[in-house]
Write a protein that binds this ligand. Structure first.
Ligand SMILES: NC(=O)c1ccc[n+]([C@@H]2O[C@H](COP(=O)([O-])OP(=O)(O)OC[C@H]3O[C@@H](n4cnc5c(N)ncnc54)[C@H](OP(=O)(O)O)[C@@H]3O)[C@@H](O)[C@H]2O)c1
Length: 258
């Protein structure tokens, strides 16, 4: 099934004129989110550490006629995040939507987990999400509106052996989401999380065929998700249709964790 073509019609104009930032959009889920938000009419700024890779995604989407801008930024670095926000504001004058999607894994059983792998995963997934969220609050509070969507994981809800660092970071994102939602709700800003299950991307490509078969057995819908499934949930939460939803975690996991 061509998921992209099949679903695009209902999103047209949903986000017309809005400006969105999507972190970690050089491939996988982030690239699919960028595509969806473009289809919905938003001006989109995407970032990743690799200027070439994120530039390529932007070129592909710009060739379809969308307004998209690529910036090389490492969200684990505060200075990079500040430049990302400054450049976006300079280009589009406001920031309506932030999607904190950038994430990494460094899997290992806790007994053998290296300090550097703990810190790297927490620094990118959790601290990076905090840096980006904190940086957009001032412009969003000024304009009295905003949508922040944080990509967590079902691993943050259910845990997963070999992913203590990742599970802690993704659970932390859910706490950060709820606390921020309580702080800024009165300012017209909603903050929600999306928790994907098993989505076919580079991140999950390393999982052995045998383990993939076992995982499939745990999914009531009996298929792995597509990046577009996550992108649809993000697009909904970014839209006016989700105006009365905040502090929530929306699972996109085929029923894997209930
Ligand atoms: N795939 C799944 O099954 C699944 C399930 C649950 C949750 N998630 C979450 O969904 C998000 C996207 O996952 P994915 O599967 O699409 O992963 P992916 O294919 O590995 O893509 C990760 C993206 O994040 C970027 N990135 C990594 N570190 C970064 C940093 N410090 N600063 C800026 N960009 C950075 C990468 O680009 P560069 O390398 O160029 O920086 C890439 O664009 C992640 O937060 C992941 O934890 C995925």
């Amino acid at each position: 099934m061509d998921v992209t073509t099949e679903r695009s019609a209902f999103r047209e104009d949903l986000l017309r004129g809005k400006t969105a930032i999507v972190t970690g959009a050089s491939r996988g889920i982030g690239a699919a989110i960028a595509h969806r938000l473009c289809e919905a009419g938003a001006n989109v700024v995407i970032c990743s550490r690799s200027a070439d890779a994120v530039g390529e995604v932007a070129n592909t989407l710009a060739a379809k006629g969308y307004t998209i801008h690529a910036i090389a930024a490492d969200i684990s670095q505060k200075a990079d995040v500040e430049s990302l926000i400054e450049e976006t504001t300079a280009q589009f004058s406001q920031i309506d939507i932030l999607v904190n999607n950038a994430g990494i894994t460094r899997d290992m059983l806790l007994m053998r987990l290296k300090d550097e792998d703990w810190h790297a995963v927490l620094q990118t997934n959790l601290t990076g999400t905090m840096y980006c969220t904190r940086a957009v609050l001032r412009p969003m509070i000024r304009q009295k509106s905003g949508r922040i969507i944080n990509i967590s994981s079902v691993v943050g809800l259910a845990g997963n052996a070999g992913q203590v660092n990742y599970a802690a970071a993704k659970a932390g994102i859910i706490g950060l989401t709820k606390a921020t939602a309580k702080e800024v709700g009165a300012r017209g800003i909603t903050v929600n999380a999306v928790a994907p299950g098993f989505i076919t991307t580079d991140m999950t490509a390393q999982i052995s065929e045998q383990h993939q078969k076992q995982l499939l057995e745990m999914i009531p819908l009996r298929e792995f998700g597509h990046p577009e499934d996550v992108a649809d949930a993000v697009c909904f939460l970014a839209s006016d249709a989700a105006r009365y939803i905040t502090g929530q975690t929306l699972q996109v996991d085929g029923g894997m964790v209930m």
